[in-house]
Design a protein around this ligand. Structure first.
Ligand SMILES: NC(=O)c1ccc[n+]([C@@H]2O[C@H](COP(=O)([O-])OP(=O)(O)OC[C@H]3O[C@@H](n4cnc5c(N)ncnc54)[C@H](O)[C@@H]3O)[C@@H](O)[C@H]2O)c1
Ligand SMILES: O=c1ccn([C@@H]2O[C@H](COP(=O)(O)OP(=O)(O)O[C@H]3O[C@H](CO)[C@@H](O)[C@H](O)[C@H]3O)[C@@H](O)[C@H]2O)c(=O)[nH]1
Length: 327
């Protein structure tokens, strides 16, 4: 029997990749997206699409019941760290309050598998690297807090009900489907690799490095860039884990290593053959200096086997998408 899953945020960057993987694996997919940053054309033709909000209780309950949804993969969110500093109430409304609605609807409709898109931002500045799931949780942005509050609600609900969850803490997601079927088309994107690829193909005048006086080897911030296709496979593995009665758990999604902004720029220049117009700017508020994932827990728990752990490959697939998409 075909299993049907609900993907919130399925018109977005990561949700559209996971939808592809789910369809390929034989799931039926329903997408709920309000198109605030997502694109209608990124919703796969074989998925059923609802334009609407995760905060709309009646709509969410109707979808869960009409489609006999077995699991929810909850991507829909506001995702930009600096934007969250300027608009904290908006971030708590969309990321925390609307996520509460999704969980409450699942409890009411008897949907008891929930995969949640959390973030490395819940750790704040780590005391030790690589960072494990057991590290202190001290977010430094409203975005990180809004996600941590959702993690807490989910943990409490799972204790009090039959719901089981996998919380995936993504590190910096980048790249695009190697077959070019989907990619990142977020308007006014702020993500480093996306912005660098836009600059490389002349869609932006330059790339500003936000701070080069940090206490790191080359003075710029360090992140763990994970290929979006590997992340999509982690979601499939998480779903299967819950189907096999796995216990609720929290897992880092990253590669155990970090790259500085300068290293990313070098990779973009090498793989695009373009000199990037780079400008040195001031530090950006809310930035963590250095963070990368300890990933042994996800490898052991889900049997996840990353296939795309290579910065040059990540950059090449991101650039290939950038040069074929008009936006
Ligand atoms: N991109 C990253 O590096 C990264 C890292 C860590 C965590 N995440 C998390 O992954 C998830 C997906 O991020 P993304 O990079 O694909 O961003 P995205 O902006 O491309 O996708 C988010 C999608 O959610 C939709 N959406 C937002 N609010 C909604 C609402 N109330 N109702 C219905 N739809 C709504 C948007 O229209 C969009 O399609 C988010 O939860 C984000 O916090 C992303
Ligand atoms: O034009 C740019 C864009 C970014 N950066 C820097 O590059 C690093 C990475 O920034 P960015 O790509 O914006 O990612 P983060 O702020 O680390 O946040 C991303 O990664 C988090 C997980 O680590 C997710 O939760 C967020 O949703 C996602 O936006 C930071 O030091 C930025 O200051 C620049 O110097 N110039």
């Amino acid at each position: 029997m075909t299993r049907t899953v609900l993907v919130t945020g399925g018109a977005g960057y990561i949700g559209s990749h996971v939808t592809l993987s789910l369809l390929e694996a034989g799931y039926a997919v329903v997408v709920l997206d309000n198109l605030s940053t997502g694109r209608r054309e990124l919703v796969h033709g074989d998925a059923t699409f609802y334009e609407g909000s995760t905060g709309d209780r009646d709509l969410v309950l109707k979808i869960l019941r009409d489609h006999q949804i077995e699991a929810v993969l909850h991507f829909a969110a506001s995702t930009v760290v600096p934007e969250s500093l300027a608009d904290p109430m908006g971030y708590y409304a969309n990321n925390t309050v609307n996520s509460r609605n999704m969980m409450a609807c699942c409890a009411e409709a008897g949907v008891d598998r929930f995969v949640f898109s959390s973030t490395a931002a819940v750790y704040g500045e780590p005391e030790e690297l690589p960072v494990t799931e057991a590290a202190s949780l001290r977010p430094i942005s409203p975005y990180g807090h809004s996600k941590l509050m959702t993690e807490q609600m989910l943990t409490d609900l799972s204790r009090a009900s039959s719901l089981k969850h996998v919380i995936l803490r993504y590190f910096n997601v980048a790249g695009a489907d190697p077959e070019g079927r989907t990619g990142q088309s977020t308007p006014n994107a702020t993500h480093l690799i996306k912005v660098a690829c836009e600059a490389a193909c002349g869609k932006r005048e330059n790339l500003t490095v936000f701070g080069d006086d940090y206490d790191t080897p080359d003075g710029t911030c360090i992140r763990d860039y994970i290929h979006v296709t590997d992340l999509a496979e982690a979601h499939l593995a998480a779903l299967r884990y819950l189907e096999n009665n796995g216990e609720s758990t929290i897992l880092n999604c990253g590669y155990n290593r970090g790259f500085s902004i300068r290293e990313v720029i070098q990779s973009v220049e090498k793989n695009t053959g373009r000199d990037l117009p780079v400008v040195n700017g001031p530090r950006r508020d809310g930035d963590i200096v250095s963070i990368y994932a300890e990933n042994s827990k996800i490898l052991e728990t889900l049997g996840w086997k990353p296939q795309h752990d290579d910065l040059d490959h990540i950059v090449k697939t991101a650039y290939a998408w950038e040069t074929r998409s008009a936006d």
